[in-house]
Design a protein around this ligand. Structure first.
Ligand code: NAD
Length: 519
């Protein structure tokens, strides 16, 4: 694998995962331990967002191929679920080392297909790797409970058991981290897994699958299909699939939650966001400005935890000119160029949408303090670039406030009190992440208790929890009962068997049948 990965062009990496027999490399399917070329007649182009050149193609898997993938998952579940937990743990211990050894190569594939800077792409892999490392603690995480002597000679204990074939549907913005939220936790619990990566960035998942195979995951324990709606419907409908993990937009996530749940599956749906950063006048000014700029414009704003909305409380509004100056210093460039801070958006459509939302702000009365729409990147004139943009005087009725922009745009609202900030946040339909910047503990406590949001940072701009906790979300940002990773992730991928057993001493016999409930 190492030698495959050290080839020059990422799309040529892993001949197992890609075929270059045609002029443009094609992404393979991964079925029953083999990387196979799809027979599909329908293919989608994969573009480098910095140039819009086609760098690969991905098939819409045929019905037959999808059936073969899920059948493979079902067959391998029989043996994988019976494999000792120590053996499963060993696979993931080897896996985390292989990922660690290949972070840079995975990052190159991410930057090529997704556009983010190489340093940020390494972070994408690293945060996923942490979940794999956490999966290695499965011998503690899957422990059941026991209660001895619930009555004479009788004990009760529970087992956490795998649930069967599980499936993951991933978005484009974290090609490594989000698939790694899904199949490692599902599989280490003893389930087998069907992954459908985002059709826009499938390469990283293919390399991760090859690495998992090299780590010793038996054939059929992970299968990968590609596609869009038909593949999603297949996953929602196939009776062998017991649970679906989804991350992406509300449009897709609500649909998948409903269709999957109607079919009796467990579904966890992590969806869109509008994350507010509240700036108190007592905050550390220098740190706050730097953190806001990084969290608003990093990854070109294409993070579900990006701080896309700043609420300046009281006189902290005087810091706006410095915020603008600091934002201007960010270098917009192709993600693989040295010193790049802000890469391109995923597609020309995404760029058009972001530019349109900026214009709605202007048309509806906001003030454009920094306009990134005319940014030119030398040598990458065809890329989907938008530079850091700041809109102030924004009000909650404006389109740019109501919609998730998912681009390098910071919108700014101003209020007089913390209470107003909390009320504003709780009126917003989303509840994914938020942060407060303050040096006052009582203010921070009031805020953390008052806002109805999943992830809250106190002087931490993007508080994505480490995997011993769970990634949560409130209101419009999440559908389901149990969240991704942490204790809840283990709950999602397991079911409980409760055993009540009685072992009487040989001489203790039951004299008559018990026809009433025991009291
Ligand atoms: P997306 O919903 O377009 O795509 C996600 C997946 O769903 C893809 O695999 C895609 O093939 C499939 N899909 C797309 N449209 C569909 C439809 N109409 N019906 C069925 N399936 C469909 O999302 P995206 O653009 O790839 O990702 C960006 C979105 O994801 C943003 O809204 C962002 O906030 C969200 N996101 C949320 C989190 C979180 O944890 N809350 C994390 C990352 C991204």
């Amino acid at each position: 694998l190492r030698s495959l990965l050290s080839k020059k062009t990422p799309v040529q990496l892993g001949r197992m995962c890609y075929s270059s027999s045609s002029s443009v490399p094609t992404t393979k399917l991964f079925i029953d331990g083999k990387f196979i070329e799809s027979n599909s007649s329908e293919w989608l182009d994969i573009h480098n967002p910095a140039t819009n050149e086609v760098v690969g193609r991905v098939p819409k898997a045929t019905q037959e191929e999808m059936l073969a993938a899920v059948d493979s998952c079902s067959r391998s579940f029989q043996s994988w679920s019976e494999t000792s937990i120590l053996t499963r743990q060993q696979v993931f211990l080897r896996y985390q080392q292989i990922i660690k050894d290949n972070i840079k190569e995975l990052a190159r594939t991410i930057t090529l297909e997704q556009g983010k800077t190489l340093a940020d792409a390494e972070g994408d892999v690293f945060r996923g790797l942490q979940v794999v490392e956490h999966a290695c603690s499965i011998t503690s995480l899957m422990l059941g409970e026991t209660l001895p002597s619930i009555t004479k000679d009788m004990d009760t204990y529970t087992y956490r058991m795998p649930i069967g074939v599980c499936a993951g549907i991933a978005p484009f913005n974290f090609p490594a981290m989000i698939p790694l939220w899904m199949f490692p936790i599902g599989m280490v619990c003893g389930n087998t897994y069907l992954m459908k990566p985002s059709e826009r960035v499938p390469g990283c998942t293919m390399l991760l699958a090859k690495m998992l195979q090299d780590a010793g995951a038996p054939d059929g324990t992970l299968n990968i299909i590609h596609g869009q709606h038909a593949a999603v419907n297949f996953i929602c409908d196939h009776p062998a699939i017991k649970a679906i993990s989804f991350v992406g937009s509300n449009q897709a996530g609500e649909y998948i939650y409903e269709r999957g749940s109607k079919n009796g599956k467990r579904v966890q749906s992590n969806m869109g966001a509008k994350n507010h950063g509240v700036v108190m006048p007592d905050a550390n000014k220098e740190n706050t400005i730097n953190q806001l700029v990084g969290a608003a414009f990093g990854a070109a704003g294409q993070r579900c935890m990006a701080l896309s909305t700043a609420i300046f409380v009281g006189e902290s509004r005087d810091w706006l000119p410095e915020l603008v100056e600091r934002s201007k210093l960010l270098r917009v460039n192709a993600g693989d160029q040295p010193g790049a801070d802000v890469g391109p958006l995923i597609s020309p459509e995404a760029k058009g949408r972001v530019e349109h939302l900026i214009q709605t702000g202007v048309d509806e009365g906001a003030k454009l303090l920094l306009d990134g729409r005319s940014v030119q990147v030398k040598g990458y004139e065809n890329g989907n670039f938008v530079g850091p943009t700041i809109l102030t005087n924004v009000s909650p009725e404006m389109t740019c406030y109501k919609e998730e922009i998912f681009g390098p745009v910071l919108i700014v609202l101003e209020v007089d009190t913390l209470d107003e900030a909390i009320a504003l946040i709780n009126r917003n339909p989303y509840g994914n992440g938020t942060a407060i910047f303050t040096t006052n503990g009582a203010t921070a406590r009031k805020y953390t208790h008052g806002v109805d949001v999943g992830q809250i940072g106190v002087n931490v701009p993007i508080p994505v929890p480490l995997p011993m906790f769970s990634f949560t979300g409130s209101r419009g940002s999440f559908r389901g009962d149990t969240n991704f990773y942490g204790k809840q992730g283990i709950q999602f991928y397991t079911q409980i068997k409760t055993v009540t057993s009685q072992w009487k001493a040989e001489d203790a016999t039951v004299s008559s049948p018990a026809v009433t409930m025991p009291t």
